[in-house]
Design a binder for this molecule. Structure first.
Ligand code: ATP
Ligand code: MG
Length: 364
């Protein structure tokens, strides 16, 4: 990734009638960055991508790609290419002809065209498959044809709308790694739309979390996980226990708070929080809690509870614990490497928590 910006969006807004589908979208993407737009269904992800591609007009704002304002530049003249959610390859054409489709207009010699197509097929590991009919391919192979068809045009920016959503879980995970490897090896900027938090986290340099047409937080995956700016972002990325609290004292980058169930705690200020009052919300990730049959030593805070439910996830076990003073059960995730922890509903347990693993979520 270079320090140079390739895409700049400034105050972009799109309305359908009176409905605002995308509002105040301001974002700069670096050359070579893998960026994901993540958010629930209907939040405006596809619309944002289509605006960048030039398939969708917009009322307000400015888009610049590689220093050139895109205002009067139609989709087919932009240095972008898009892979659609329904990847729409032509079933009756061969793999080669599907990939060559966009190049036919470019007056390349046959040798040049062959070379470009074969290079694109190599990139997506479909070497030698050019002669196959597209309808003789598996879902994952078709997805790669769609990618090759976009890559062969040598875009500066590749836009991908839920590119893996049609694939089953195993193939999808394999393709996530492949796509990331491919992006790093060719070094072009990828902007991917997804509503799958794990997909966004495993693949992206940065993620923009979008709700109701607005970008709520843009950060690296680790930062989104550790310091989400509010309850909505925290709940959308990973599991989280939310606990209401009162602010006792604010002192530089430390907060002293009184949290329901947990009592008085000293926690770090989350720099991403925008609003804070006397009532605040804290978050604790399920894997950050210790669970023990007797009061655990060495924790900043320990509380007693009763197991309400147990869920087995294979790689981990989740215990749902009732704690006095809390309305919601507390979820605790225990990795399943040695099965030394084995509680049943009704068991009395202790929970241990370090101040450093408590997330300040401001007013929530
Ligand atoms: N052409 C259109 N006319 C009217 N409303 C539209 C149009 N296109 C999209 N919308 C609305 O704009 C909002 C955003 O749509 P968009 O397709 O961008 O969502 P999305 O985040 O991609 O959702 P999904 O994850 O379901 O694909 C939705 O409420 C949708 O109904
Ligand atoms: Mg969409």
């Amino acid at each position: 990734m270079s320090d140079q910006n390739i895409i700049e969006l400034k105050d972009v807004e799109k309305r359908f009638g009176s409905f605002v589908a995308v509002s105040d979208l301001t974002l700069s993407l670096k050359q070579g960055e893998f960026f994901s737009l993540l958010g629930p269904s209907g939040c405006g992800k596809t619309t944002a991508l289509r605006i960048i591609a030039g398939f969708q007009d917009h009322e307000k704002g400015k888009i610049t790609i590689d220093g050139v304002p895109m205002k009067d530049i139609p989709a087919n003249k932009r240095p972008t290419n898009m892979v659609f959610q329904s990847y729409a390859i032509f079933p009756h054409l061969t793999v080669f002809n599907n990939v060559a489709f966009g190049l036919r207009k470019s007056r390349l010699s046959k040798a040049e065209l062959d070379q470009r197509v074969n290079e694109a097929l190599d990139m997506v590991e479909l070497t030698g498959m050019g002669g196959r009919k597209a309808d003789e391919l598996s879902g994952g192979q078709r997805q790669r044809v769609a990618l090759a068809r976009a890559l062969v045009m040598q875009p500066k920016v590749l836009l991908l709308d839920e590119p893996l959503s049609a694939l089953d879980k195993n193939l999808r995970e394999a393709m996530q790694l492949e796509l990331r490897r491919l992006q790093q090896s060719i070094g072009i900027t990828f902007v991917m739309v997804t509503h799958d938090q794990y997909e966004a986290m495993t693949m992206s340099d940065r993620i923009g979390v979008m709700f109701e047409g607005k970008l709520m937080q843009v950060d690296r995956p680790e930062v989104l996980y550790a310091q989400p700016c509010n309850r909505e972002v925290a709940a959308f990325i990973g599991g989280m226990n939310f606990v209401p609290a009162e602010l006792i004292k604010e002192d530089g980058d430390q907060l002293q708070i009184k949290a329901a169930g947990f009592g008085t705690l000293n926690i770090d200020v989350n720099p991403n929080v925008r609003e804070r009052g006397s009532a605040l919300l804290i978050g604790v990730r399920p894997e950050q809690l210790e669970i023990a049959a007797t009061k655990p030593e060495g924790y900043d805070s320990t509380i007693e509870g009763t197991i309400a439910n147990v869920a087995f996830y294979g790689e981990s076990v989740h215990y749902y614990v009732e704690v006095e003073g809390l309305t919601d059960v507390v979820s605790v995730a225990v990795p399943n490497y040695f099965h030394t922890v084995d509680y049943k509903s009704g068991d009395k347990v202790w929970l241990g928590l370090q101040n450093s693993s408590i997330i300040d979520l401001g007013k929530g």
